[in-house]
Design a binder for this molecule. Structure first.
Ligand code: HEC
Length: 152
């Protein structure tokens, strides 16, 4: 008879324990937030953009696409010719670069409008060119061409 008594005592102890811990878990309070610090962060005004002139010669993110094949350093040709001083130059004129006959004989002058047509679809503008990428986003083309104009 001693075992049974002990068993009942154990069960009671377990039940009480479970009940107790369950109750304390559900009633755990969440730490209170500090509304004052949140308001201070939200009321901070962003710094005014005072450095517009300085960012002019910084390559736009879209230009990273061009870097795969072009440098912007004079005389440094890669898969494509250097793009230094490209705006206003004649197509196929970069020294030391072996252009496709198609581009070399195109007679194009790289003004911003021609560059825009070129980047939209080089293969359509100059069938037979070796440049086989395009940039369909007009805003990205504009950012790239604005940047190219600073390379002189
Ligand atoms: C996959 C390589 C590749 C990428 C990427 C590329 N180009 Fe080219 N690019 C070339 C090649 C090759 C030529 C030479 C084409 C030819 O001879 O027909 C060229 C030619 C040019 C020319 C004409 C140069 C001249 O002297 O006539 C311009 C301008 C130009 N690329 C601009 C760009 C710009 C801007 C980008 C980025 C949007 C770009 N390219 C991305 C390979 C590339």
């Amino acid at each position: 008879m001693q075992f049974k008594v002990m068993g009942v005592t154990l069960c009671l102890a377990l039940l009480t324990g479970c009940g107790g811990s369950g109750a304390s878990e559900t009633s755990s309070p969440t730490p209170t937030a500090e509304p004052q610090s949140v308001e201070t962060a939200a009321s901070q005004t962003p710094a005014p953009s005072a450095t517009l002139a300085e960012t002019a010669a910084t390559p736009p993110p879209a230009f990273s696409q061009c870097r795969a094949c072009h440098t912007v350093e004079p005389g440094k040709n890669s898969i494509g010719p250097s793009l230094f001083g490209i705006v206003g130059s004649k197509a196929g004129d970069v020294p030391g670069y072996s252009f496709s006959p198609a581009l070399a004989q195109s007679g194009i002058v790289w003004d911003p409008a021609n560059l825009d047509t070129w980047l939209t679809n080089p293969m359509k503008m100059v069938p037979g060119t070796k440049m086989v990428i395009s940039q369909p986003d007009p805003e990205k083309r504009k950012a790239i061409i604005d940047y190219l104009q600073t390379l002189k």
